[in-house]
Design a protein around this ligand. Structure first.
Ligand code: AMP
Length: 196
């Protein structure tokens, strides 16, 4: 694994634990010589994460849409910064550059980015691992929703278990290295039969 995308909040969140978690992840990426690919911003958890990677001798690539360049204040010291024209282009570029996706705590933007790679994995657009860094159990409500979705037969267990979860960056990255993607979801005929 050479490059990992990290989706995370443009805010710091309501507990210092989120900042500590971002720092821990940044150190782990630098230690393993894994390049960070992220949204290119200098604010919130995004900024803390990039600063930590760079301060520990690692590499950080940012991908920021022109319309957010000023609002989110692009990070001035990145190894590389791509300025793209749209949010769609940002996500596509981040996905193309990365071998997997880590999700730190964040808001609606973070979840939007997570759900795109999760659902694209389900239908086989990519075979890369995707994991939630569940700091302070931040994602427990989402994990409960996944259980409910499985119970109610809107989500198959094999796709639910595609989403790797850990509260330690090191253990989460270890899970990434042994990840095997499930057989993809396909639909057949008008009845939308899911083929195993
Ligand atoms: P948030 O989690 O809401 O703090 O946002 C985290 C990052 O996701 C920020 O850099 C936002 O610009 C970005 N973001 C928000 N919405 C989208 C979207 N629809 N597509 C791509 N990035 C987004």
């Amino acid at each position: 694994m050479k490059r990992l995308a990290v989706y995370c909040g443009s805010s710091l969140g309501g507990s210092d634990a989120y900042k500590t978690g971002a720092i821990e992840l940044g150190k782990e990426l630098a230690r393993r010589e894994i390049t960070l690919v992220y949204g290119g911003s200098s604010i919130g958890l995004m900024g803390i994460l990039a600063d930590t990677v760079l301060d520990h001798g690692g590499q950080a690539i940012g991908v920021i849409p022109r319309l957010l360049e000023e609002k989110e204040i692009s990070h001035p010291n990145l190894t590389e910064l791509y300025v793209v024209e749209s949010m769609h282009e940002r996500k596509a570029k981040m996905a193309e550059l990365s071998d997997g996706f880590i999700v730190l705590p964040g808001g609606a933007g973070t979840l939007e980015e997570f759900f795109e790679v999760f659902t694209w994995g389900q239908i086989g657009i990519h075979q890369k691992p995707c994991g939630l860094l569940n700091i302070e159990k931040y994602y427990n409500p989402l994990l409960h929703l996944f259980d409910h979705m499985v119970e109610q037969k809107f989500l198959q267990e094999k796709f639910r278990s595609m989403v790797l979860v850990d509260d330690s960056p090191s253990r989460l990255i270890n899970q990434f290295s042994v990840y095997t993607p499930p057989a993809v979801k396909t639909y057949h005929g008008e009845k939308r039969i899911i083929l195993e």
